[in-house]
Design a protein around this ligand. Structure first.
Ligand code: NAD
Ligand code: ZN
Length: 383
């Protein structure tokens, strides 16, 4: 008799979000085998991005129960039919954006949002809308961004998996799979910051600090960091911020006035890395007339609207939103990993805490209290 070697369902642990804002529960779950064009990954480590917090608080696409997490590093456990170029044992990162390399967007230098397996913010695998996760009672668990990395195993579309050299350190790979890749990419790919530029970065979390590193890599000469948390002045300077502004300590002056003056008429590029509409307006208004470019990275509520004075927009300024900092994951993450390993980019200090899966709720507390940048969550730390 021929042995059946096809992948079977896997029983493992995952952190499940059962209700908005409630602590995650560590549960025994079942992960389906990968279907066609899918890869099942054993997650080695994952980290908490503010986007997870936004979905946890149900500010966007509120569906529960759900397995959050979208920044991760792991090893291919098995592959479904029609998967080419990947095999069990490959070291990989899953990404919330896909890259097919063939569609109009993937072959264009102007877009990183693949048309063939389109990005959706709601749950469901992107080809058939179904889930690969089940709880111990056999009830379905929703995914997040078709990645769901707060689980020992996950299933991801082949378009959303990037193969990396095993020499890339797991923590670095994990950071690049969302926050750090987004931040550096926003300066490098979306804004295309030019040498000698003046830049303002609103929000010095991991995304903002990675923008700072990206702007420095592109040769920016003035990098103004803006944050309400006074602790971010020192950390910002260690990443390359040249001037720090705390909007709550300006007396009767506005943040716009202060930045326009600091940059001699406005910054060439500004980046919003928080997700607050009024800050998006400030980021836009502190750019230089005639050429300023604002890159919006923060994720707000889905009902949020941004107010941009039309005359100021007319005066030759530009605003763009950016998913994943404009990077094409399969092309650019290996390039960014190499730049980090060659010390052209310094991202190691983004990892401020490391915990095991059982302690995942502590990572939420730390991020919400502004006490951590990235907290790496190791799947095997408790074993
Ligand atoms: P974070 O929580 O680590 O950092 C946010 C920072 O903003 C903190 O330092 C906080 O003190 C500061 N801040 C908060 N409110 C402020 C205000 N009103 N004025 C000034 N500073 C303020 O978050 P993060 O993980 O770096 O993520 C940042 C944002 O980027 C989030 O909205 C996240 O969802 C988004 N994001 C977007 C993409 C994308 O593809 N566009 C990818 C990853 C993350
Ligand atoms: Zn993210």
């Amino acid at each position: 008799m021929v042995e059946d070697r096809s992948p079977k369902p896997i029983h493992c642990k995952a952190a499940v979000c059962r209700a908005a804002g409630e602590p995650l529960t560590i549960e025994d779950i079942v992960v389906d085998p990968p279907k066609a064009y899918e890869i099942r990954i054993r997650v080695i480590c994952t980290s908490l991005c503010h986007t997870d917090v936004t979905f946890w608080k149900a500010k966007v696409a509120p569906v529960f129960p759900r397995i959050l997490g979208h920044e991760a590093y792991g090893v291919v456990e098995s592959v479904g039919e029609n998967v080419e170029g990947f095999a069990a044992g490959d070291t990989v990162v899953p990404t919330f954006l896909g890259q097919c390399d063939h569609c109009g967007s993937c072959t264009s230098e102007h877009s990183n949002v693949c048309d063939s397996v389109p990005f959706i913010i709601g749950p469901g695998m992107r080809r058939d809308g179904t889930t690969r996760f089940w709880d111990a009672q056999g009830n379905p668990l929703h995914d997040l961004l078709a990645v769901s990395s707060f689980s020992e195993y996950t299933v991801v579309d082949v378009n959303q998996v990037v193969k990396l050299d095993p020499a890339v350190p797991p923590k670095l790979a994990c950071l690049l799979s969302c926050g750090a890749g987004t931040g550096v990419g926003a300066a490098w790919r979306s804004a295309k910051v030019e040498p000698g530029s003046a830049v303002a970065v609103f929000g010095l979390g991991s995304v903002g600090l990675a923008v700072v590193q990206g702007a420095k890599m592109c040769g920016a000469s003035k990098i103004i960091g803006v944050d309400l948390n006074p602790d971010k002045e020192e950390v910002g300077k260690s990443f390359g911020v040249t001037d720090f502004v705390n909007p709550s300590q300006l007396g009767n002056r506005s943040v716009i006035e202060v930045i326009v003056e600091m940059a001699g008429g406005g910054v060439d590029y500004s980046f919003e890395c928080i997700g607050v509409p009024s800050v998006m307006t400030d980021a836009f208004r502190c750019t230089k007339m005639g050429k300023g470019k604002t890159i919006m990275l923060g994720l707000g509520r889905d009902s949020d609207q941004v107010c941009l004075p039309s005359l100021e927009l007319l005066f030759g300024r530009c605003v763009m939103g950016s998913l994943f900092g404009g990077i094409k994951p399969k092309t650019d993450i290996p390039i960014l990993a190499k730049k980090c390993m060659d010390k052209e980019l310094q991202l190691d200090a983004l990892v401020t805490h490391e915990l095991g899966l059982q302690e995942i709720n502590t990572a939420f507390d730390l991020l919400l209290q502004g006490k951590c940048l990235r907290c790496i969550i190791w799947m095997d730390k408790d074993k």
